[in-house]
Design a protein around this ligand. Structure first.
Ligand SMILES: [Zn+2]
Length: 377
């Protein structure tokens, strides 16, 4: 079943074959921006409008700002598609947008062009709005609208060019280092380290602003800094993990401990009188010894309680034929990547068409900690 409302996200539609989704946190930003413009920025810069005029211009400006961010992301996505990368979609959330490109960049040139496309769109939009503002240079409402959007798009373009991961500039920086040194890992490491530095610097600037009395601005700058720093740090950690896991296979880390649940019982029967769900959140459904599908505890909890008496396990499962599986001889790095890309916490392990166990984040951590103790000895 496909739903358009999942994990606080709204899918608004698909353009050029690229779906756009909003997180609810993004609406908050659009509303807060409209409010800041209507009660702060526009009344300070432009005198003598009515309340309705301030709010009208502010709402339109805020909506166009949000469209500008979408266009920035389309810049990345369209170039990525041109080079045959699968683009899963554009996602907008509290700190802006992301283009979800499924695979790692294949070479420095493509990474460079995909990364620079977003800031180029923003700077172009900035130029167009600025030019439009000069055409309406009467300090009226159209001028105010175009002037603000020109300014904000140029800031957006320049900020994203800062040379640290995960910003576009960080990817451009990585592409350049990668092109020169031919060493992707080293380039990623440098770019992520630069990203952490930029993140910490922004946190510092934010704190300074707060102390100087610009509390709201300061908090916002510090939050963006914190977001960048944690993303850069996560990238470094992921690289460490890859190094640690390289050469190891799913066979080393999967667990043979899994739970089979008859698929013809109801959800009520599942919870009543069975201890299926003790310490578990992932299950296989079976029928006469045949595995029919998989489901999680959350899948059951998503069904309204009033229906637990009538809905059967077989109604909620993902059929086993549609389930993404792995094999014992798959490299662990690849299996983990599949889990990350699909936000799965586990993957069924099949050998010669037969279920032999589950690779889960838990089993992976157990394996890693055991590897670590061996290393320390
Ligand atoms: Zn970008």
């Amino acid at each position: 079943m496909e739903t358009s409302l999942k994990n606080n996200q709204i899918r608004v539609g698909s353009f050029f074959g690229i779906p756009v989704t909003f997180d609810f946190s993004w609406f908050l930003i659009v509303i807060v921006l409209a409010w800041i413009l209507a009660v702060g920025y526009f009344p300070k810069e432009y005198k003598g409008w009515t309340e309705i005029q301030y709010w009208g211009v502010s709402i339109v400006t805020s909506v166009f700002f949000f469209l500008s961010v979408v266009l920035h992301e389309y810049g990345h996505s369209i170039v990525a598609k041109k080079y045959n990368y699968e683009v899963k979609g554009i996602k907008l959330f509290i700190f802006g947008g992301v283009s979800e490109i499924a695979v790692e960049p294949k070479n420095p040139k493509e990474e460079f062009l995909i990364s620079i496309a977003g800031p180029v769109v923003s700077l172009l939009l900035g130029g167009i709005f600025y030019y439009a503002a000069t055409a309406f240079n009467d300090k009226g409402m159209i001028y105010a609208f175009a002037h603000y959007l020109g300014w904000i798009n140029i800031i957006l373009g320049l900020f994203n060019l800062l040379p640290g991961f995960p910003l576009d500039g960080g990817r451009i920086f990585r592409a350049i280092v990668w092109g020169i040194t031919k060493d992707y890992k080293k380039a990623t490491h440098w770019s992520a380290t630069a990203g952490r530095f930029i993140g910490f610097s922004l946190i510092f600037v934010g704190l300074m602003e707060m102390m100087a009395g610009f509390v709201t601005d300061g908090i916002w700058v510090a939050l963006i800094g914190w977001f960048l720093e944690s993303a850069a740090f996560a990238q470094l950690q992921q690289q460490e993990l890859k190094k640690l896991l390289s050469g190891h296979k799913v066979a080393d880390a999967y667990s043979r401990n899994y739970m089979l649940v008859p698929d013809d019982i109801t959800i009520l029967e599942f919870f009543d009188g069975n201890d299926f769900y003790k310490n578990r959140s992932f299950f296989f459904a079976e029928n006469n010894g045949e595995i029919t599908g998989v489901f999680t505890l959350q899948d059951l909890l998503n069904i309204p309680k009033s229906k637990w008496e009538s809905v059967k396990i077989s109604d909620v499962i993902i059929p086993i034929s549609d389930t993404i599986k792995t094999t014992p001889d798959t490299p662990l790095v690849d299996a983990l990547k599949i889990m990350d890309e699909n936000s799965f916490n586990q993957l069924p392990v099949f050998e010669n068409g037969k279920l032999i166990g589950v690779l889960s984040r838990k089993s992976l951590v157990a394996y890693l900690s055991q590897m670590n103790t061996h290393a320390k000895r």
